[in-house]
Design a protein around this ligand. Structure first.
Ligand SMILES: [Fe+2]
Length: 203
């Protein structure tokens, strides 16, 4: 645990507590489009650490972020048998997907795993180590999420970064009625990484 001066530490703890409350009060997590880049290749390293790819020496480019939360049912009870998948573009704005053809020639970051999959713990909790999402053509930074139970998709959505200036210019985000439920603060966390909490409430 990183040692912080008491005042700063309580500030951080205090602000995450404040931000956790509206998300819980916000009800069912809204569904959002999966977009064009749902991963087609789930072979190889698909674990919950997207910053490290097996067999690749260096970490991914970008700002490391721990993204964690719980999968809950409509009554707020933990769902202990869910699989959570995430996918997002790399620090260059490129998806690990054959359909993502760069117009500007930026190469994909081969050190970024691009997608990951995790089974929740019995208390419904999940945790990914990834990068703070970045913007790409027309989109505010976001991480795609899919929750599965019994091999079937039960929710597909996207997570946004609280306070990102591009949010208000993103058509998908702006059309969302319940933005609070899809928005998390990325705050300074342990070991120099950011930390974001995103609880997923199923209908
Ligand atoms: Fe996307």
């Amino acid at each position: 645990m990183m040692q912080l001066p008491l005042s700063r530490r309580s500030l951080i703890v205090g602000s995450s507590a404040l931000l956790a409350r509206p998300a819980l009060a916000a009800g069912r997590t809204p569904r959002q489009t999966e977009g064009p880049f749902y991963p087609v290749d789930w072979s190889g390293d698909i674990d919950s650490d997207l910053v490290r790819v097996q067999g690749v020496a260096a970490d991914a480019l970008g700002q490391v972020a721990q993204v964690m939360g719980r999968v809950l049912d409509a009554r707020g009870n933990p769902v202990g048998d869910a699989i959570v998948e995430i996918w997002q573009c790399d620090a260059h704005g490129r998806y690990r997907h054959p359909g993502d053809v760069s117009l500007f020639g930026s190469a994909r970051d081969q050190r970024f795993q691009g997608r990951g999959r995790a089974a929740v713990a019995s208390d419904g909790s999940y945790r990914f180590r990834t990068i703070r999402p970045v913007a790409y053509s027309g989109r505010a930074p976001h991480i795609h999420f899919r929750v599965k139970r019994g091999g079937r998709e039960v929710l597909t959505t996207q997570l946004y970064v609280a306070g990102d200036p591009l949010n208000e210019r993103d058509g998908i985000y702006r059309r969302e009625a319940n933005r609070a439920a899809l928005t998390a603060a990325f705050l300074p966390g342990e070991q120099g990484a950011l930390a974001a909490t995103f609880d997923i409430r199923l209908g």
